[in-house]
Design a protein around this ligand. Structure first.
Ligand code: 13P
Length: 249
């Protein structure tokens, strides 16, 4: 039995006082679900340390939304994985489709970022997923294979690597794949990570894309779905905790 992880990706929302208030809300409800699932919030970098302070001693871990592949240097505007760790992060998301699209991030860059995360002692959440055009063309499983082959670094293990399957067309749209489609994708991912992640059978595979309190139970019950990466519904403590409750029950 793999312990589920319910992760909130706040994206470019909830900084400052809003971020601290959201963290307080999540922290206040965490004890109720913490016996059955792990909780993580990934706030904007400017509020990460403050959120980590709010959640210190709680069951909620904190993560970054991205890191640079280098450990230091002349990289204006970027953050090293070790800086996130120092600010209180234990996880970092890499290769989110919004970064792949907005910043042209390639599989090779995502792999280097995940390696940097591991080097700093962080758990890397590596995101993969097909576009709508790729799904319509019947390319979904091939796209996932390519992203897995290219984005997972040497030294990845179940203890330091989480894979998040996020169909691009399901992000922020209210649309989700059918449970059969999720099951097929996750079974394929489990098979493909066998040679890339040590103890691959234990690695957590998250589903992400329009997860909400209404559909979470069904999505989280799918084979090889070991949690969720939640965007919009993680911006209110009550809906995020309700999703976690469904993972826990
Ligand atoms: P939504 O839950 O808002 O669809 O976002 C999913 C996501 O991109 C999480 O990383």
């Amino acid at each position: 039995m793999i312990r589920p992880l319910i992760a909130g990706n706040w994206k470019m929302n909830a900084a400052g006082a809003d971020g601290r208030a959201l963290a307080e809300g999540v922290g206040a409800g965490a004890a109720e679900v913490a016996s059955a699932c792990d909780l993580l919030v990934c706030p904007p970098a400017v509020v990460l340390a403050a959120v980590a302070d709010v959640l210190a001693g709680s069951a909620v871990a904190v993560g970054g939304q991205d890191c640079h592949e280098a450990s230091s240097g002349a990289h204006t505007g970027d953050l090293a994985a070790a800086m996130l760790a120092e600010a209180g992060a234990s996880f970092v998301i890499v290769g989110h489709s919004e970064r792949r699209a907005d910043h042209g991030e390639s599989d090779g860059l995502v792999q280097a970022k995940a390696a940097a995360a591991h080097g700093a002692g962080l758990n890397a959440i590596i995101c993969i997923g097909e576009t709508e055009a790729q799904r319509d063309a019947g390319e979904t499983l091939g796209v996932l294979s390519g992203q897995i082959a290219g984005s997972i670094p040497e030294g990845a293990a179940a203890a330091n690597t989480v894979i998040a399957y996020e169909p691009v067309w399901a992000i922020g749209t209210g649309r989700t794949p059918t449970v059969d489609e999720v099951a097929a994708a996750h079974a394929h991912i489990r098979e493909q990570i066998e040679t890339k992640i040590a103890e691959a059978g234990e690695a957590r595979l998250l589903y992400g894309g329009s997860v909400n309190p209404k559909n979470a139970r069904e999505l989280l019950a799918v084979d090889n779905v070991n949690g969720a990466l939640v965007g919009g519904a993680s911006l209110e403590a009550a809906s995020f905790l309700e999703i976690a409750r469904q993972a826990a029950s």
